[in-house]
Design a protein around this ligand. Structure first.
Ligand SMILES: *[C@@H]1O[C@H](CO)[C@@H](O)[C@H](O)[C@H]1NC(C)=O
Ligand SMILES: [Ca+2]
Length: 346
């Protein structure tokens, strides 16, 4: 299948999925060219009238926007110059991560952004601790993390990794920042993770895609990385509040270990969603600061919460056992009573 047929295919699936996903709500998609980046990347990095701005070590070729090449200590990014005021959108990211390094001897990964600040030119090179972008960001970051820093660090300390919390890398994860939350690179953002999934995306022959959908304050991430042209769910989180007027961007970084981090295309679709009046009212007030509802329920790897989940499980189990016992007792008493009654009649 060539790319065109493929896109049509993806679009068809997208449309049918969106119908399926959203029950009775109809949804249509429109490609927004002003927020999209695709071949032949006209003017990107060379013209100031381009909708996209290239930063750091990023460079444009005919085939891709290369955020970093497979060399040490590089960081690059490409940022949209236009703030996005779409309420419901989908971002389709066609990317490629590849390099000479053997498994786990490569890094560090790339990030896809919807944030208040676009990276500033000039200081970007100094301030890029989060996959080439600034820390304490406001907005959404989706990271394709290709190097397990935490695991390697624990290995070096000869500490055993709790398998319960182990994540298999490369790992895709989402984080929402409000300007005061820091991304912990040494722990691969474990403490601030909203959710994520493993994604074997490196050194693949076929095309790899990530879909980030934001509809009715629900954040969904899907992937197509197996070359099978089907979507795999990665995460699905309701109650994600993102302000309007933020910027899309992508960035990547290499350290001692490296990879080529290539963007082939970024496509933003406007999703038109019909809302009921109740939904309109519910979502009525404008969001000024990014946040996630019930964030404590999402935090993983936290002992207390796991215990409380186990606690709830046992409470339910014992209540059910209790009810069952009560039922048995009632039945026995009842049948005895019936028997006695029958005896009285004969
Ligand atoms: C940002 O989020 C953190 C963690 O959820 C919270 O403790 C903090 O109060 C938030 N900051 C603001 C300014 O809302
Ligand atoms: Ca990492």
């Amino acid at each position: 299948m060539d790319l065109k047929t493929y896109s049509t295919f993806v679009f068809l699936i997208a449309t049918s999925l969106s119908f399926a996903d959203d029950g009775h709500h109809e949804m249509e998609e429109f490609l927004k060219r002003e927020f999209s980046l695709s071949k032949p990347y006209q003017g990107v990095g060379s013209s100031s009238s381009s909708h996209w701005e290239l930063m750091g070590d990023a460079m444009v070729t005919t085939e891709q926007v290369r955020l970093t090449s497979d060399m040490q200590s590089k960081q690059g990014a490409v940022w949209s110059r236009i703030p996005c005021h779409l309420r419901d959108w989908e971002l389709q990211v066609h990317f490629k991560i590849h390099g000479q390094g053997k498994k786990n001897l490569n890094g560090d990964g790339l990030a896809i952004w919807y944030t208040k600040e676009r990276m500033q030119k000039g200081i970007s090179v100094l301030l890029g601790p989060v996959f080439g972008n600034q820390d304490f960001f406001k907005g959404l970051g989706v990271f394709v993390d290709t190097y397990p820093n935490e695991e390697k660090q624990l290995e070096a300390q000869k500490t055993r990794y709790a398998t319960r919390t182990q994540r298999i890398f490369p790992y895709v994860l989402a984080m929402v920042g409000n300007g005061t939350i820091s991304y912990d690179h040494e722990r691969d953002g474990h403490a601030t993770e909203l959710g994520g999934c493993s994604a074997m995306v490196r050194n693949l022959k076929h095309d790899t895609f990530l879909f980030i959908r934001y509809v009715r304050r629900r954040l969904t991430i899907m992937m197509d990385i197996d070359g099978q042209h089907d979507w795999r769910d990665c995460l699905d989180i309701p109650g994600v509040k993102l302000p309007l007027g933020y910027y899309f961007g992508v960035s990547a970084i290499t350290g001692d270990l490296s990879d080529n981090h290539d963007m082939i295309s970024l496509k933003v679709y406007q999703l038109t969603v019909l809302r009921s009046e109740a939904e309109e009212n519910e979502e009525g007030d404008e969001i000024t600061l990014p946040s996630v509802d019930n964030i404590y329920l999402l935090r993983m790897g936290d002992d207390e919460e796991e215990w409380s989940v186990i606690g709830i499980f046992f409470t339910i189990l014992f209540s059910m056992l209790g009810c069952f016992l009560l039922l048995v007792v009632v039945l026995i008493v009842h049948s005895h009573w019936n028997e006695n009654r029958r005896k009285r009649f004969y």
